[in-house]
Design a protein around this ligand. Structure first.
Ligand code: G1P
Length: 296
């Protein structure tokens, strides 16, 4: 099984970031010097993905521009001897293929994935939710791809959560524990209450799925509460006898879908950064009052 395609659903409204997201796509908000979505694409490329389908909408055209070449800027930087600045993004642009699919109405994650069907075909493929940034020694999606290849089946990423937070996530029901980090699933529930949660293992935004997910998503329409959930589509696949595994993804997950989460990502990733890390560390060693007072 070779997995080279991935979908990034990026048509969310970003209401939790208003007014910052009134005119700017939330995926373009920066973590240090890169927009959040670039971390996602870099993880996917490091996992072997060469072909991306980005689900977007008319307010998110900056995403297209970010993953397109900018010859005038390249020339300007070259003249100033600063071409290294865009080296990372230009490498991605040269080596990966991007297709954009419009989601005209916010009809849910499952609907967004269905829209990408024609770009996938009959293969296993990855999904990366751009709010979840995973930092660890191995790229997040690569960990799932290894399990999908080993089990020849679909795999979703999970992490343990405090049960009172179950209502923010999709939660899995365990059929069988295979190893300390691998489970076979026998059901999933999207955003259950703590008392309805079938486990404390919540879905993190990385998936490797069989193309059969598209048939399942078709089958569960009409949408529940106006939105088609990807979690319900996967639950349907399981009910139909498809094997689906859950893997406890290794690494730190930042939920950048809210302002505090994005701030934590900036600090956490900043502390690891070769240039900014030492300076940031120094700031934290000072009394907080000095930090707030500014850089004198
Ligand atoms: C989505 C999924 C949910 C998953 C979560 C992870 O929810 O529907 O199953 O646990 O991402 O971030 P959202 O956060 O988009 O509401």
């Amino acid at each position: 099984m070779v997995i080279t395609k991935a979908i990034i659903p990026a048509a969310g409204l970003g209401t939790r970031f208003l007014p910052a997201t009134k005119a700017v796509a939330k995926e373009m908000l920066p973590i240090l010097d890169k927009p959040a979505i670039q971390y996602i694409v870099e993880e996917a490329v490091a996992s072997g993905i060469a072909s991306f389908t980005i689900i977007f909408n008319k307010n998110k055209t900056a995403l297209i521009n970010h993953f397109d070449s900018a010859p005038e800027l390249d020339l300007l930087l070259k003249e100033r001897g600063k071409e290294k600045i865009l080296h990372g993004i230009n490498k991605i642009i040269r080596n990966a293929e991007f297709t954009y699919v419009n989601q005209p109405e916010p009809l849910g994650l499952g609907h967004a994935i269905l829209l990408a069907r024609n770009t996938i075909g009959k293969e296993y493929f990855g999904i990366l939710l751009p709010d979840d940034i995973i930092v660890g020694s191995q790229p997040g999606l690569a960990q799932l791809i290894a399990i999908a290849q080993q089990e020849n089946a679909s795999v979703i990423a999970v992490q343990e959560i405090p049960i009172e937070k179950a209502s923010s996530y999709g939660v899995i029901a365990i059929k069988k524990q295979i190893s300390p980090v691998l489970y076979q699933i026998n059901g999933l529930v999207e955003k259950p209450t703590a008392s309805q949660a079938p486990s404390n293992l919540a879905i993190v935004g990385r998936y490797v799925l069989s193309h059969k997910i598209f048939t399942s998503l078709d089958a569960i329409m009409p949408y529940t509460e106006g939105e088609l959930q990807l979690t319900d589509g996967i639950a349907h696949m399981v009910k139909n006898g498809e094997k689906v595994f859950a893997y406890k993804i290794q690494g730190h997950r930042y939920d950048t879908g809210n302002p505090l989460g994005l701030l934590k990502a900036n600090i956490g990733i900043g502390l690891q950064h070769p240039d900014y890390g030492p300076q940031l560390q120094k700031l934290f060693e000072k009394k907080l009052i000095d930090v707030i007072a500014g850089d004198l």
